[in-house]
Design a binder for this molecule. Sequence first.
Ligand SMILES: Cc1cc2nc3c(=O)[nH]c(=O)nc-3n(C[C@H](O)[C@H](O)[C@H](O)COP(=O)(O)O)c2cc1C
Length: 171
Amino acid sequence: MDVLEAVRARRSVRKYKPTPIPDDVLARVLEAVRLAPSAKNLQPWRFILIQDAALKAGIAAACVNQTFMAGAPVIVAACGLPEKSYARMGRYMNSWPVDVTIAFEHLVLQAQAEGLGTCWIGAFYEEEVKALLGVPAEARVLGLTPLGYPDESPAARPRKPLAEIVSREKF
Ligand SMILES: Cc1cc2nc3c(=O)[nH]c(=O)nc-3n(C[C@H](O)[C@H](O)[C@H](O)COP(=O)(O)O)c2cc1C
């Protein structure tokens, strides 16, 4: 599957089969994470794989009761390490949310290429997620995703036309 094919086919999946993910498939998804670029190549991230049923249920509850998450064989939590990232990217911001987002999207696209579904989860109570996963105070949770074989085939959601989002030479 080429990159544009994966991008075109990806959907946010909110229903999963319980089928386990083979080790070699999961390894390739994680390899895509590992190879992501980051500011100054600092790689300020930690990806936590959650497979325990009770823990998955707790995480789903901490994600404002998005119970569908627990139906996937794996939930991934993407964490950032602000103290180990580039503090003043562009002279104004810490790079960690950008770094972790890029690695997260690598995961999403490789998952798609492997026939797996994902769904960015940005609605969660960070302190609850941190407590459940033993995330240290200095680390942050950027987002989560269920990871597993889709049990639904959602239609493509609309996007703005290119003319609305791209301009040439000036804003
Ligand atoms: C940063 C971010 C946070 C999101 N948070 C949630 C979420 O908490 N729960 C959910 O079901 N979907 C969440 N989504 C998925 C979006 O609703 C979805 O990407 C959007 O509606 C477009 O649909 P598509 O991903 O199928 O193309 C999130 C997506 C992004 C990028």
